[in-house]
Design a protein around this ligand. Sequence first.
Ligand code: NAI
Ligand SMILES: C[C@H](O)[C@@H]1OC(=O)[C@H](O)[C@@H]1O
Length: 256
Amino acid sequence: MLLNDKTVIITGASRGIGRAAALECARQGANLVIGYSGSESSRPLVDELIGEIRSLGRDATSVGAPAGDPDTGDKLVDAAVSHFGSVDVFVNNAGICPFHGFLDMPRDTYLETVNTNLNGAYFAVQAAARRMKEQGNGGAIIAVSSISALVGGAMQTHYTPTKAGLLSLMQSCAVALGPYGIRCNALLPGTIETDINKDDLADQEKRDYMIGRTPLGRLGRPEDMAGPIAFLASDMAAYVTGASLLVDGGMFVNLQ
Ligand SMILES: NC(=O)C1=CN([C@@H]2O[C@H](COP(=O)(O)OP(=O)(O)OC[C@H]3O[C@@H](n4cnc5c(N)ncnc54)[C@H](O)[C@@H]3O)[C@@H](O)[C@H]2O)C=CC1
Ligand SMILES: C[C@H](O)[C@@H]1OC(=O)[C@H](O)[C@@H]1O
């Protein structure tokens, strides 16, 4: 197992990529702190996930707190330490992408997207890193960035800068935290079918176009992200830091 007895915190883990990553980490021997927004509607999903992790023989606890709140990182770390005694891996995954055009982008939509996806991540990564430094055993931090860190989207002008920001954050943190043995890497998913793009991909034409751009011939599934996250979290990636791992079925390189 890649993550035996490690404590892994994952934000936005109630569903989608975060959930799949949490289950894979548990399969690989980790105990989990499940970060979620705190909304009542997420609670049953979180309880179900904790049940699944326990049935895999590992343990999990949850923290309901908005990703954009600068105090959320400390709450996640406190829960990890009080339940499991350490923080070994931090996965910043929570994110939103309310599709909208640029010229009439509501200010609140822009501000909420940047706050949830990037500002909150900054403080959460800082909280996890402080604890890892204190523990003295290094650690692994993974930001779920996106293919959108590298390319644009007319309906994602508020979103793509947050994903480029996360990639940049991991690069700078790799430099800042390398001396403490803390590795920082970015995962760049392509188009993965989850709730974040359910409405967007309901448009059959758009869906077919995205599949057509993908050499592997299908959209991604949350499970496709779980192995790469577990790898980056594990000692198999002991010399990997400041890296970005594009997991997109080949979409990015498919020019013609
Ligand atoms: N699905 C895709 O095609 C891609 C997704 N991503 C990124 O992957 C990450 C996960 O997204 P998906 O699993 O695809 O979508 P999702 O919508 O299924 O999951 C997003 C998660 O973030 C949580 N979340 C949203 N706002 C939050 C808040 N204010 N506080 C705490 N948690 C909050 C949600 O509750 C949910 O658990 C996001 O950062 C997204 O930008 C990156 C590239 C592609
Ligand atoms: C939400 C989008 O469908 C998704 O998110 C991203 O980061 C990529 O742009 C994907 O297509």
